[in-house]
Write a protein that binds this ligand. Structure first.
Ligand code: ADP
Ligand code: MG
Length: 702
């Protein structure tokens, strides 16, 4: 009978021939405990023996791979006491000299007679062909054309050759594997069967076979993850009663008439999608993704008002005090003369009440607020995670908005939701992630994208100041703009050690700039270690235009909105990530006046260079997100959410965009026909096995 993955997960590796106690410990280092773990320890790459070069024909400066036998090993110390291992290898065509500094263990690894593959760049040194610290893979004497090379951990002491042997035995013993995808689906999706895929990912006879095997196994991973996400989404919809909001009413109309601009097409579409969700029987779980400055706040307030006009309350949670305060000030102003029905008053209505709750709110004020909330007299509560505290109880919480979600965990989202009876939830993020990535990271949410910036924005001229001349231009620009009545930000270098050291270095930089480059201007200082009161005071002064230049740490990154600011100078820009630089830059260019962003700093690495060049080249957050993905890999995106991640070994956002979409489509088809996977017992079993336990429990409880 065909074996299930679960059965393989139950066989410990020590049952394989040649795996003794010492090897078991080595494998455990690599988190390989069962035969399934071993089979899912996929090759990192393959050595195609037909692509091997001959030492004799290599050109100087060329990167190449040679398969050769070690002839001689010498370990010694250099004059300055560094360890040096020199190895001479021979491949039948010629000799190559390899040197390894500070890797004394190479002498043991590469004993005379060892056969290995050496990757590196060919140099000529004192008349000898040489590679300095080449990458070494021990392959043993395998005969196939494609040789798998396995990821190894330094500590495990196992060679890729050991692994290949055990995998071969594991495959033999596993025999025929049960396949959760019926043949008709495999045809449609153009993927091979599972047994074939496992066998060929480890032992392909050609590059094409390896590729097909990989596609199948990556699809399995993505399908499991999408099934989990889609089931979660449907379970939430099923379980929750949800509120059918009256989306048509006075408040939203009056609000839209009152905002001092026309909504963009994207904003209107977003409002419509949200309206449909709110009117529907299921609670909304929607992600609103919009680049910096795309105008998410108006959409959020619209959603909240749609709830309020039907008699419900709204909660708006922001990640920082600065941002919560700013939202509060902005929203209160926007809603200043809107009123709600109140039969207890003489004229049958009273002003709509918006309140702020942060950690700064005094105990007395909190009490007053709590009473107002419980009595249903506060329509809208804006604040930080203080909203999640126990004393905060709503009479009728209807709509929840969470701004800049990447700062909050999934649990916090759930906590806020639990303050009401299945309120509608809108999550907002300004970190643009590619659509396929969104399907992975936020796959249990519906997605709305604000893909249009409001009119009247000036493009921000971005200059990577590579030298002293351009740096001088940056400071000159600050002076020029302040003289013209505008304002500027200076973001201080990132200090990794701690918040405290970061704050101190910002204070030092603040003093230095005041005395040197920016002397004569009114500077303000903002960093994370300041008392809230001081933070708010300096922000208020900046908003009022009483501070010309705000010298800050990355606390200004998120959402700070002062349209009069037209210059942003980022010091040591090479130390920031793309997303962060993009966020920072988004603080300027918020009005029709021309704006500039100067990126100071030399580039330490080619990667940093690419980052800064990308920022110079484009302002499109999605394009930047793609660059980021290229440079840093999926960890940059998936890192924000751990669940389901452990199962993604092969699938890659970069390489498998289409496969992600495909998996999602299939997952919807399966779950919508069979919500509990009763007819897909194998799939269900694999989900339980490979997807996070807690998650699985939630999915399968009916
Ligand atoms: P973000 O999406 O970054 O949160 P905000 O909601 O803070 O963007 O909006 C950025 C700025 O653009 C604010 O000053 C806001 O008043 C303004 N704004 C929003 N929508 C429009 C629009 N349709 N036309 C003109 N300005 C707008
Ligand atoms: Mg915002």
């Amino acid at each position: 009978m065909a074996r299930r993955l679960r059965a393989l997960a139950e066989i410990p590796v020590k049952e394989l021939r040649g795996v003794g106690d010492k090897k078991v410990a080595g494998l455990a280092e690599m988190q390989i405990e069962s035969v399934l773990d071993l089979l899912m320890h996929y090759p990192r790459r393959y050595i195609d023996r037909t692509q091997q070069a001959e030492i004799r024909t290599l050109q100087i400066g060329e990167e190449a791979m040679v398969l050769a036998t070690v002839k001689r090993v010498v370990a010694r110390r250099t004059r300055n006491r560094r360890s040096l291992v020199e190895v001479d290898v021979f491949d039948g065509s010629g000799y190559l000299h390899c040197t390894f500094f500070n890797q004394p263990w190479r002498a043991r690894q590469l004993a005379a007679g060892t056969e290995a593959v050496f990757f590196g760049k060919l140099e000529m040194y004192r008349g000898r062909r040489q590679m300095t610290s080449p990458v070494v893979d021990l392959v043993g004497d395998r005969t196939g054309r494609m040789v798998p090379v396995y990821p190894q951990s330094e500590k495990s002491g196992l060679s890729t050759w050991d692994l290949a042997q055990w995998v071969e035995e594991a495959l033999r013993r596993a025999g025929e594997l049960a396949d959760p995808l019926p043949a008709s689906w495999r045809d449609e999706l153009d993927v091979p069967g599972r047994t074939w895929a496992f066998s060929h990912i480890h032992n392909p006879e050609s590059v094409g076979a390896a590729r097909a095997a990989r596609k199948r196994l990556a699809l399995d991973e993505l399908l499991r993850l999408q099934l989990a996400l889609v089931m979660r989404k449907r379970a939430l919809e099923r379980e929750a009663k949800g509120i059918r909001h009256t989306i048509d009413g006075e408040l939203v109309r009056r609000f839209h008439a009152k905002v001092p601009f026309a909504l963009t097409g994207a904003q209107r579409r977003a409002c419509e999608e949200i309206a449909t969700d709110l009117a529907g029987p299921h609670p909304m779980h929607r992600l609103l993704q919009g680049d910096v400055g795309s105008g998410k706040t108006v959409v959020a307030v619209t959603a909240l008002l749609m709830g309020v006009q039907g008699g419900y309350q709204g909660a708006f949670m922001a990640p920082t005090e600065v941002l919560a305060e700013q939202h509060f000030l902005g929203v209160r102003q926007l809603l200043a003369d809107l009123s709600v029905r109140d039969d207890a008053t003489l004229i049958g209505e009273r002003p709509l009440r918006v309140e702020l709750l942060t950690n700064r709110t005094t105990a007395k004020e909190r009490e007053r607020l709590a009473a107002g909330l419980r009595a249903g007299e506060v329509e809208m509560l804006i604040g930080t995670h203080a909203l999640l505290t126990e004393g905060v109880e709503f009479a009728r919480l209807g709509v929840v908005v969470i701004d800049e979600q990447h700062r909050f965990g999934v649990e916090q989202r759930a906590l806020l939701r639990a303050k009401g009876d299945d309120p509608d939830v809108l999550v907002m993020t300004a970190t643009p992630i590619p659509r396929t990535a969104a399907m992975l990271v936020y796959g249990d949410l519906d997605l709305t994208v604000l893909d249009e910036l409001p009119q009247g924005r000036s493009p921000v001229a971005t200059v990577w100041a590579r030298g002293a001349l351009e740096e001088a231009e940056a400071w000159r620009r600050v002076h020029e703009q302040v003289a013209a009545g505008h304002q500027a930000y200076v973001v201080c270098p990132l200090v990794e050690e701690s918040e405290r050291i970061q704050a101190r270095s910002a204070s030092v930089e603040f003093a230095r700039l005041g005395a040197e480059e920016l002397s004569g201007l009114r500077l303000g200082l903002l960093h994370g270690q300041m008392a809230s009161r001081d933070k708010e005071a300096v922000m208020a002064a900046f908003r009022r235009g009483e501070v010309d230049v705000l010298v800050a740490t990355t606390v200004v990154e998120v959402g700070v909105d002062v349209p009069n600011a037209t210059v942003m100078v980022i010091e040591d820009a090479h130390r920031f990530g793309i997303a962060q630089l993009h966020q920072l830059r988004g603080r300027v260019g918020r009005a029709p006046a021309a704006s500039w962003c100067y990126l100071l700093g030399e580039t330490s690495t080619p990667e940093a260079e690419e980052r800064l060049e990308a920022l110079e080249r484009t302002r499109d957050g999605f394009e930047l997100a793609e660059v980021d993905l290229e440079l840093r890999g999926e960890g940059s995106i998936l890192g924000t959410r751990q669940k389901g991640r452990s199962d993604l070994r092969l699938a890659s956002l970069r390489r498998d965009k289409d496969l992600v979409a495909e998996a999602r489509r299939v997952a919807f088809a399966i779950v919508d026909a069979d919500p509990h996977l009763t007819g897909h017992e194998l799939l269900a079993d694999e989900l339980r096995l490979l997807v996070d336990e807690e998650e699985a429990e939630f999915l399968f409880k009916s």
